[in-house]
Design a protein around this ligand. Sequence first.
Ligand SMILES: [Cu+2]
Length: 175
Amino acid sequence: MYQDIAWRVTVILVVAVFLVFAWVALGASQRRDYESIRGRAARARFIVFWGLVLVFTPIIVYSLADLPYPRRIAQPGSAEVITATGHQWRWELSKNQVVAGRPVEFHVEAADVTHGFGIYDTQLRLVAQTQAMPGYTNVLRHTFKQPGSYKILCLEYCGLVHHGMMADLTVVTSE
Ligand SMILES: [Cu+2]
């Protein structure tokens, strides 16, 4: 939905910018007295600048509070920990079955080069991701809502068989 809105807004803005460019280009050959325009332009700039500040400040404050990322609040011990290590070219998971509705904490590392740890759902939509880096452990918390067969793919080109880095993760129902 947001992508759709962003796309429409982008198209409208691109058209608006194009119209302004066209208007400037078409009027560029006419000579006008600059002094009379300068005062008006300065006023218009002042109004546009403070207008944008007034409009966007509440939008930014509101939208920052509504970020789609889960907050990093986790009760210690409540999540199931899975260690995931990226190798050229395979994933090594300490466990490949989890329970839907129960938080999982992936401890993601890499044994050789940087990989991208991406979890895809049954429709092959990306549901969570982090980077797999040598020498670091990135913690990725995710709670699987739907049971099914998930895939872990590499999101960062890591060599010849990058596309072959695939692992299965099964999410089962809690009963
Ligand atoms: Cu890769």
